[in-house]
Design a protein around this ligand. Sequence first.
Ligand code: HSE
Length: 311
Amino acid sequence: MPLPSSVTVHAPATIANVGCGFDVLGLCLTAPYDTITLRRCEQPGLTITHLDDYHLPTDPTHNVAGAALLALLREVPETLGFEVEITKGIRPGSGIGSSAASAAGAVVAANALLGNRFDNKQLIDMAMYGEAVASGVRHADNIAPAICGGFTLVRAVQPVLDVVALPAPALWVAVVHPQFEVKTKEARAVLPTQVPLSLAVRQWANVGGLVAGFLTQDFELIGRALDDYIVEPARAALLPGLGDAKKRALAAGALGGGISGSGPSIFMLNKDEATAHAAAEAMGAVYQKMGIAFHLHVGPIATQGARVVNF
Ligand code: HSE
């Protein structure tokens, strides 16, 4: 069958860190998502158009999808280029993996146009160049679930990328996205450079507990293990309403949660859909009271990451 000349991909939002797993854990949502269309051209280079109102850069070296595609093109022997159209369904600076979605969606689309010659690990490696444009760091905790779906552990980025894709339990995610922006670079600048051993012990106990809870579908263990003793306390000052929103969501029955990625979104994991809606409403009520506009997202953990929706 001849290869398609054009493809459209939906690239979903993701939750990085998942509480205790700073820069290593991530999970995939079903919505919102970016829509990315790629057309293959025989002449080299990238032309990027944004069909949204976010005024993101279209110079490929400064665009997250562009940087990821340039990394992919370096691995392709033939001369070719792409016309890229991006519609951001995920607001930049939201904390639910906006930059990762565009980078991941772009390389998944290019791979489909090239007959799927790259595996997920290679695609994650390329898409991380997009994250470097967005935050200055090649981290994969959003990229890995955006490509693999489900729940992922990035065991190492250096010297060799090592990503473990784990099955997603049947949990429901509630997200509140208060409408103010927290830049990942700034949210990383407030982090401690050294951590007391006693805190590190508590943190890696939770990471182990959370992964075990996901694998054994032990929802109570997941709830106990979500706590982040290191990163969330340092970032809390950037996120008005965080403590209250968490308290209200727990009272509504959520298992646990915390800052989504570098914020400002807050996520909560829940046993079922009804509880997830109740947790989302409870968090929204906090921002309503504060006079801060917000969006709510409720959905299951997605088993599939960025996917081709039409050729
Ligand atoms: N792990 C990253 C952070 C995710 O928390 O800074 C943000 O993209």
